[in-house]
Structure formats: C-alpha cells, structure tokens
Design a protein around this ligand. Structure first.
Ligand code: AMP
Ligand code: GLY
Length: 426
C-alpha cells in the first residue's frame, strides 16, 4: 500500500508510526521536514497548498491512500480535489470540515440537532452595535471566538465586559483577518475538559479511547492557551455511563446531523467537551485528530489501523479492523521551546532521544528537522514523549523519566501532565 501523509507535526508522526506498526510493508510519503516522520517516510517535494500538484503526484505514484492530518488543507478542500480524481483520502470534505472551520456553523448546527453546548450568539462586522448590546446581557467571564480558523489563537476568555467589547472590536478590525470578521460570543463553561475522537465513514463510527489535553502553557493550567502541552488516555474523568451519554447526545446526533444536512462527515470527528457535574457540553468540534491527544491514543489501539483508515476512505468503515485498545494508560509530555506560544528560538541540537526510547518511551517529533546529520529544534512544540503503563500514575512517571533524558537548549515542559487524571480516580 502506498500512502501519502499530509501534515508535519506530532500528530502526523504518530499517524505514520501507527500506520507502519500495523502495515510494515506500507510505503509512506511525506512532503514535510519533520525528522520523525522522515525516519518512516520517503520525502517528496510537493507544495501542500497546491492540490492539483498533490492529486497529480498521487495518480502518477499510484498512491492508494492519502491521510490528511491538519484542518487547514481539509477546510480548503483537499479531499474534494482528491475525490474528483478517485483517490481514496482519509478526512472530511470542505463542506463537512465546516464543523471546525466555521464556529458559527458549528454552533448553529448544534442548536439544529439539539447537541448540548454553551449558549451563544454570532455577529458579523456590520453588527457591532448588536454585539456590544449582547455582551451587556452576559455575566463575565465572557468567551469571544473568531468564527474562522485562527491557528488556535482565536478564542479569548474575557474577564470583564470591557475586555469582551475590545476583543470583539479588534477581531472586527482584522487581527485575525477574515477569520475574525464574524465572531461567536458565548457563555463561559465551568468544568473539566475531555477530548473524544470518533472514526466515522459518515454513518457508522468507532469511539477511540477518551483523552485529556492540557492547553495552558504553565502548570496548574496557568498562562496562555497553546496547541496542547501534553495529554493522556484514557481519562478516568469519563466513566462508562458518561461515554454512553456522550455517544447518545453528541457523537451520534452530530454524525447523523451532518449526513441529514447533505454533507456527511467522514474521517476523525473530534469533540472537545466540558464536563460539569457529570454532564457534557461541546466546547468545539474539530474535523481531524487532536494534537497531542493522538500521540497518547494511537499507541493503545489494537487491530489494523491502516486498513481501518483505508476502509473509511473507501466509504465503508470496516469495524473488523478495530480490536479495541490495550488495558493500559498512555501519557504524552510535550517538550517545547522556551517562549512558546509566543516567540522562541529554534535550530538547537537535540540529544538523548535514543536514551528516552531505550527507557521504554515512544518519542514523537513535532517541530524537528535534520540539519547536517543532527536533529535540531524547528518549532514551538518540539517532541512528545509518551510513557505507557498499567496505571495512569506509572505512565506519567515513565513519560517524565524519558522527558528528562532528552536535552536541547531552551527545553521547557509542564511538570503536571496527567495529574488532573489522578484526581478523578476514586
Ligand atoms: P476552542 O478553540 O474552541 O477549543 O477553544 C480553546 C480553548 O478555550 C478550549 O479548549 C477551552 O479551554 C477554552 N474555551 C473555549 N470555549 C469555552 C467556553 N465556552 N467556556 C470555557 N472555556 C472555553
Ligand atoms: N489538542 C487540541 C487540538 O488538537 O485542537
């Protein structure tokens, strides 16, 4: 099987690793520079923004499957383009990807299908006065979200009416370009977050082990939001009863709703939830695997992952390729560059990856590249160190043991990944 993997981060390295684990004979191609992905895939020079070029490559190289990691190419229609050429691709069409690429679409969709979420209103830049009036009716904190994709920076939790008003004004005046010309203003939800990943062909689905991300940069969830500083799976926050409720009130109606509206969602549907008093509400839907949730979830899966993705790309989920997951826990600690999520330096040599691997960890590369035979830092999030064990506590200890064996200048990581999970264990 020839597979083209689109995307260049930790999530994609985990996808490449799992694909190779389940089908070692598969030939992988990547247009990225990530040193982890390129240890498993052949480099191809392709402009990932040029969908015609990608489709042409797939046809001439006889690519059997394209796996698309990030939301940007999905929301711009890469899968639509590949479908036109009958190239099997894992990921939703542009229309289905709106569940992530337009927050107002996602919110209105949830209302139409009775999916629990925070109360909200949306406004475009011609409705500034109305937006200001709506803000006055809410009690802070007030959540202001740019409607479109804003590289994880489009959500601001405002602690006062004034802050909410000025945030809306700055979005309307273009800080996120077109993505902020429409905003969603919503109620602040208290609680604990969880990430649910469902693999679906648009009607049937499989729910993967539950996970929890750690979005803030500093310990105890302090500081700025990031892409995610660590994750673990499964999370004891979600009991068997709760997952049944999430399935019935969120996952099933979302998949059915997209199909009923004429844009079936095929790929990985990610529901970001807030759990308060054991009740789930949707904070956001994403149209792809989570990063860094994927790095913790995939190592636990049993079965033939490549064939599972292929069956979805072909239009019919074949559940026989999914054999559930190991009765273990995985914890992923992100090693980042000091300064992230703001500015940071890169190009520092990384040492000790092998030592971490020899200690039993899996090391997924996020922002790395090879330079003169050495692996160097090349992003804000650099590596994800995954420890796997029979208890959550032991998986955390193992991940941190590995994290300490890796060195590079300006290495920064949170020291409390997974700790929230221990709190949920009764
Ligand atoms: P999003 O990009 O929509 O996932 O938002 C980023 C992060 O902002 C989420 O992971 C939450 O931590 C936080 N957030 C978003 N919406 C809300 C909300 N309504 N209430 C509380 N926190 C929120
Ligand atoms: N970990 C959050 C995300 O992938 O959006």
């Amino acid at each position: 099987m020839n597979i083209l993997l689109v995307g260049n981060g930790g999530r994609e390295h985990a996808l490449a690793w799992k694909i190779k684990q389940s089908t070692p004979q598969a030939k992988l191609f990547s247009a990225g520079t990530n040193a982890g992905i390129l240890s498993l895939a052949d480099y191809v020079q392709l402009d990932e923004n040029n969908f015609t070029e990608i489709a042409k490559f797939c046809t001439t190289q006889k690519i059997d499957l394209v796996v698309v990691g990030p939301e940007a190419p999905l929301s711009r229609g890469l899968v639509n383009e590949l479908k036109k050429e009958s190239i099997p691709a894992f990921g939703p069409t542009k229309e289905a990807a709106r569940i992530e690429s337009s927050k107002s679409f996602a919110k209105e969709f949830m209302i139409r299908h009775n999916i629990p979420t925070a109360s909200f209103a949306s406004f475009d830049s011609s409705q500034e006065t109305k937006a200001m009036e709506y803000i006055s009716t809410l009690n802070p904190p007030i959540v202001v979200k740019a409607d479109g994709l804003a590289a994880g920076k489009g959500v601001v939790i405002c602690n006062s009416h004034d802050e909410a008003r000025s945030t809306v004004k700055s979005m309307f005046s273009g800080i996120f370009k077109e993505a902020g010309k429409k905003v969603v203003i919503e109620e602040y939800l208290e609680g604990d977050e969880a990430s649910i990943l469902a693999l679906t062909d648009g009607s049937d689905y499989i729910i993967l082990p539950t996970a929890q991300d750690h979005k803030r940069i500093f310990d105890n969830d302090q500081g700025k939001n990031t892409g995610g500083m660590g994750s673990y799976a499964p999370t004891p926050l979600i009991s068997n009863d709760l997952i049944a409720e999430i399935e019935a009130s969120i996952i099933r109606p979302a998949i059915k709703g997209m199909a009923d509206e004429g844009c079936p969602f095929a790929g990985c549907l990610y529901a970001g939830l807030m759990i308060h008093q054991n009740k789930p509400k949707v904070v956001e839907f994403n149209c792809r695997f989570g990063d860094p949730e994927t790095q913790a979830v995939l190592p636990l899966l049993q079965g033939d992952f490549s064939s599972l993705l292929y069956s979805i790309a072909e239009g019919k989920l074949n559940k026989s390729y999914y054999a559930g997951y190991e009765n273990k826990f995985a914890c992923c600690v992100i090693l980042a560059s000091k300064g992230y999520p703001d500015s940071y330096e890169k190009g520092f040599e990384i040492t000790g990856i092998e030592n971490a691997e020899n200690s039993g960890c899996i090391v997924f590369h996020s922002g790395t590249k090879k330079l003169n035979g050495k692996i160097v830092t090349d992003g804000g999030r650099v590596l994800g160190v995954v420890g796997i064990s029979h208890s959550l506590e032991a998986s955390i200890a193992k991940a941190y043991e590995g994290a300490k064996l890796i060195n590079f200048q300006n290495k920064y990581y949170r020291t409390d990944i997974g700790k929230k999970g221990l709190r949920y264990i009764k």
